[in-house]
Design a protein around this ligand. Structure first.
Ligand code: SF4
Length: 369
């Protein structure tokens, strides 16, 4: 008997997950998606505003998941106290685990769940894949909508015959075209990698490949094995950054304010800055220029971030925030930033991420989608 499969989408307060919610609602209204937001209590107000706008567009609640329920303050502060002021860092990211992943896994429980993840077609990263077998990630913005663990199984050399048989079944009485057959029977090796084989199969036919994977999953315990159909099998869209901004603007939900670039001048030179990610205002993944942005655009929040450093731990390994805001230091950060990004009076970016492409890809695939 088929089990009820839940469809969930985590909204981070950033642009990509918001755009994915809009895209799926418009393109696949038949999917009954549950939206959730893991609230650390420390997000920028611009993120909360996007959540409000999105709820209106979706006509549905975005469920707020808060860790440490019962605690009087913000979830982040509960763990900050519990860990005696030990601040999270890229090497000790207790915040993502306790404030984002654990509430999500509790929300899901033991139900089979398809989780939609907003990694874009122009990104080269995998995103968070739950280790829980009842949670399956799907990536609708990419040509390859499947997660790495699924692809690993499908393209395992020992499954070649099974997959070829499934392809044959899809084509009913037609013979598998030679070109596809050659790819299917070619073993992966260090010189013909799984990534290469995947690319070849997707180039030969995305929908055919998706249908074959879906059939293959029926031999497993993945959540999709409980469904008779899955509308995204026909999806051939690949969405990149420009599409995300277009979707947000056209829908009326809008772009989170913090992405909008603000001009600054330092020693006669002009540049623009903004924040390139959602997440907590004090996130340690921020670039130094983003800390300067926070100091100048949200001085109250910067002050709060500084107060956390009274515990004796720093947000940045190499520098305390009180040193980062010394006037000569701010000027140096701005100058270096202008130099690195080659601003000129002719070339002005509408969004900082146009010049911060690398920074955008760094960090946490749970918090910044
Ligand atoms: S946004 Fe940064 S500080 Fe906040 S939970 Fe995510 S990784 Fe941690």
């Amino acid at each position: 008997m088929n089990k009820r499969v839940r469809h969930v989408l985590g909204i981070s307060g950033g642009k990509d997950s918001a755009a994915l919610a809009i895209y799926l609602k418009k393109k696949y209204p038949q999917l009954d998606i549950e939206y959730y937001f893991c609230d650390t209590g420390k997000e920028l107000k611009e993120s909360y505003r996007i959540l409000e706008n999105l709820q209106v567009f979706l006509g549905k609640e975005i469920k707020r998941l808060r860790a440490a329920s019962g605690y009087h303050g913000d979830p982040f502060d509960y763990y900050y106290e519990l860990y005696r002021g030990f601040l999270p860092s890229s090497n000790a990211r207790w915040c993502t685990k306790t404030l984002k992943l654990e509430p999500f896994e509790e929300f899901v429980g033991k139900d089979p769940v398809v989780s939609y993840v907003a990694i874009r077609g122009d990104e080269d990263r995998e995103g968070y894949i739950s280790k829980k077998p009842n949670i399956q990630s799907i990536f609708p913005f990419r040509k390859n909508i499947w997660s790495e663990d699924v692809i690993e199984k499908v393209l395992d050399n020992k499954n070649k015959n099974i997959i070829s048989g499934i392809f044959q079944k899809q084509l009913e009485n037609d013979k598998i075209p030679n070109m596809i057959e050659n790819i299917l029977y070619k073993s992966t090796t260090p010189s013909y990698t799984r990534e290469r084989k995947l690319k070849d199969l997707l180039s030969a036919g995305v929908v055919l490949f998706n249908k074959a994977v879906f059939e293959f999953l029926k031999t497993t315990d993945y959540p999709l094995s409980h469904l008779d159909t899955f509308p995204l099998l026909d999806n051939q869209d690949v969405l990149v950054r420009d599409d995300i901004f277009r979707i947000l603007e056209e829908s009326g939900v809008g772009i989170p304010e913090y992405y909008k670039s603000i001009e600054f001048t330092v020693n006669g030179k002009t540049g623009t800055y903004s924040r390139s990610r959602s997440g907590c205002f004090f996130c340690f993944f921020q670039q130094k220029i983003e800390w300067v942005w926070l100091y100048e655009q949200h001085p109250d929040l910067f002050k709060k971030a500084m107060e956390y450093e009274n515990s004796g731990f720093n947000w940045k390994q190499d520098e305390k925030l009180e040193d980062l805001i010394k006037p000569e230091r701010i000027n140096r950060i701005k100058e270096e930033y202008i130099k690195r990004n080659g601003f000129s009076s002719e070339k002005k970016s509408g969004f900082l991420i146009d010049v911060l492409g690398i920074a955008e890809d760094e960090g946490c695939a749970v918090c910044f989608l």
